[in-house]
Design a protein around this ligand. Structure first.
Ligand code: COA
Length: 197
């Protein structure tokens, strides 16, 4: 199977992600286009959306999976990113290295298990390697079992675990992957990438 991926610029991409999160209606933290654009402005980022044919109308394609990644610097202005960096500092080396943060992503329920998220992840890794990133880091929670299982299959390594004081299901799990050429050589998906306006 060949996966169809669209790469978006900032403004249109932010609107598309807002739409997808509203439309899917199943992702825990819905982001506004404004919030997305504000986060990505002035840094390297990648907004990818996978499209697939609708089962009852195969001539039509719809967005089914998405992923947004961005550069994470050692010294950030945004308090949320400052907090993230401070939590990661003992697990990741920032100095002299380019670190990518896998911020948000997901696949619509009816299209899960078909490889769309692997395709988006592999495309991200290929782009990140070419763009000079050394490592990609992601944060999830104990209770996001689908995401944890997927990150396991995608060979992300746990680098930190933060126990929640009262509910262990809410405990945070940080994972990362070194972006070596071996990682790229292990990719299995075939992808067509088009650029949206
Ligand atoms: C996690 C999620 C993105 C996976 O998307 P997907 O398109 O179904 O993933 P893929 O089909 O590309 O699967 C990629 C790999 O993960 C594996 N995988 C997918 N779902 C899995 C699960 N629930 N448990 C274990 N492995 C899983 C697949 O078998 C595949 O492995 P392989 O390529 O080695 O065979 C999707 O389930 C989702 O959107 N979940 C809700 C999002 C969420 O939990 N958000 C919380 C914030 S972190």
């Amino acid at each position: 199977m060949e996966y169809l991926i669209k790469q978006y610029p900032l403004e249109t991409g932010a609107l598309e992600i807002q739409y997808i999160e509203e439309f899917f209606g199943e992702f825990p933290r819905k982001k506004t286009a404004h919030e997305i654009a504000k986060r990505l402005q002035g840094r390297e980022y990648l907004i990818l959306i996978a499209e697939a044919p609708l089962p009852d109308d195969p001539g039509m394609v719809a967005p089914v999976s998405f992923k947004v990644v961005h550069e994470l610097r050692e010294f950030e202005d945004d308090p949320r990113l400052q907090d993230l960096v401070s939590r990661l500092r003992d697990s990741i080396k920032f100095e002299g290295r380019n670190v990518l943060y896998s911020w948000i992503g997901g696949t619509r329920r009816d299209w899960r298990g078909q490889g769309h998220f692997r395709a988006l992840t592999e495309e991200t890794e290929a782009w990140a390697h070419t763009s000079g990133f050394h490592e990609v880091v992601v944060k999830t929670k104990n209770r996001f079992y689908d995401m944890r299982g997927t990150l396991d299959q995608l060979e992300f390594n746990v680098i930190k675990y933060e126990v929640h004081p009262t509910d262990n299901r809410e405990s945070k799990v940080y994972l990362s992957k070194q972006l070596t050429s071996d990682v790229l050589n292990a990719h299995t998906s075939t992808r067509t990438v088009v650029y949206a306006d």
